[in-house]
Ligand binder design. Sequence first.
Ligand code: ZN
Length: 323
Amino acid sequence: MTNNENNTGILGLHHVTALASDVQKNVDFYAGILGLRMVKKTVNFDAPDVYHLYYGDREGAPGTLMTFFPYPGMVKGRKGAGQLTVTSFSIPEGSIGYWMKRLDKFGIDFTKPQTRFDNEEFIYFEDNDGLGIELVANDSDFRDGYNYGHIPSAHTIKGLYSVALNQQRHERTAGFLTDIMDHKLIAEENGRFRFSVDGEVGEIVDVLALPSGTIGKGGSGTFHHVAFATINDDTQLEVREKLVSHGVHVTPVVDRMYFRSVYFREPGGVLFEVATNPPGMSIDESPNHLGAELKLPPWHEKNRSDIEGNLETVTLDMEKFRD
Ligand code: ZN
């Protein structure tokens, strides 16, 4: 990701956050099967009886992160308009075959490889809650990726590739992205409008025009929000001021420990966040031990024993997930 001199500080995707119904199944799917590193095990700062799990690359770098609030037994949501419906991860060119075999081994249904925008090859599948995931093969992602040694390094997931937003009135969301969020329209095909800050992997937002699409409903198996990265607190305030000047209702800056955030809704209803790249995942854990222990922000630390007592134990057993 690069900064563009003409923008006010949006760099591309920072993370996506989704809702899940089973903590252990969530860890097994994202760390076990997909091989993402669980880089942080903490709680929902606003509801500390629920985990907040972060998955990403070795450092948990912005642009590789997918996070979950797993509410045990949460009722399933419904995918639809006004939602982020698919998150796509980037894999190396030529790795689709490997992943089809691997998904098959673990009993996960997937679509046969499809192509869009000339040569973008991808497969689609869902996690145990029905959350929409794609793997997109490409040769322009130079990030290292990560796995626990159970997936050949030539095939590991490298980070986020793109997100897709379903919209009944796609032009409103398109205008919001281009006029306020520093994005440009870079491609269009069959009602899929592709936006990006600089056109690089990890910066892509696809807006799907579905004029008669049913409105989605939140619940497990749906995405909660998408966060865009910004360089630091100063650029975040610039972005915030720009949003306010366009009449957007934006929250004050919220301290999320690993980044600072502001939240707002785009006109189609999807919750957006702008998150600072610093301080990052190593602020309260050494890089080698990311995700090893339950981390709490200082203001919840005094309730640690209660919080721990309310959370179920989660295990990270990679032996079960070898090829
Ligand atoms: Zn977030």
